[in-house]
Design a protein around this ligand. Sequence first.
Ligand SMILES: [Zn+2]
Length: 267
Amino acid sequence: MTDPDCHALYAVRYAHNPHRRQSHNFIFNDPHDGPMPMDYFIWVAVGDKRTVVVDMGFTEETAEKRNHDFFRCPSDGLRLVGVDPEKVDDVIITHMHWDHVGNFDKFPKAQFHIQDAEQRYITGRDTHWKGFKGGVMVDDVCTLIRNVYRERVTFHDGSGTLAPGISVHHVGGHTKGHQIARIFTKRGWVVVASDAAHYYANMEKRSPFPAVYNVGDNILSFDKAVELAESPTHVVPGHDPLVMERYPAVSADLAGIAVRLDVAPTA
Ligand SMILES: [Zn+2]
């Protein structure tokens, strides 16, 4: 087997929702409540041979409509860590929720990677399910399909390897075709779980985020993420402000903006 290529791996924080509470964030709730804000990230793996982005984040216009704090376009966040979005080779789409797919046009050269099951989910009968509404925006679906016709979308069914050291794995749960990204770094295999686990606490309590397609599959996706990672501390949740606390900033001036996921967390 080919040895995996080693990648630098960054999480870039581009937006924040201060309004969320603990009672909003777990499907199995206990009576405690209190503020539990949410961060929004995109992730990027930089290797000698290729640069791969995981998810694209949302736009300023969407942030205004949804009353979220917006710090910068996610593609500008990438520039802060030395990545030119116009030269990105691949974009892994973990799932098609609005906060992950708003910026297709910022990646003009990229090949987009999605699960067969996710494409069927957002274009088929599941769209008529009440719980589906709100999570997916039809304009994003149209943009994806346009890119399918341009042959800029690669479909995966289960597990797929983009390059040695970068793979995707279907987990379902949060959405029908949700996938997680597994990336080889100098500390071993790191899993970018995206919304398979919004917060560390979703995994710790085994209580998924309430926006969920299949609760049982979402709980199993926690196990799958850990299985694919070097250790449980190599799993990175999708929206947890603790990520910014546990991992070191890329540089002093990027504190609160971008952290390195290819070095061990402090907690
Ligand atoms: Zn999300």
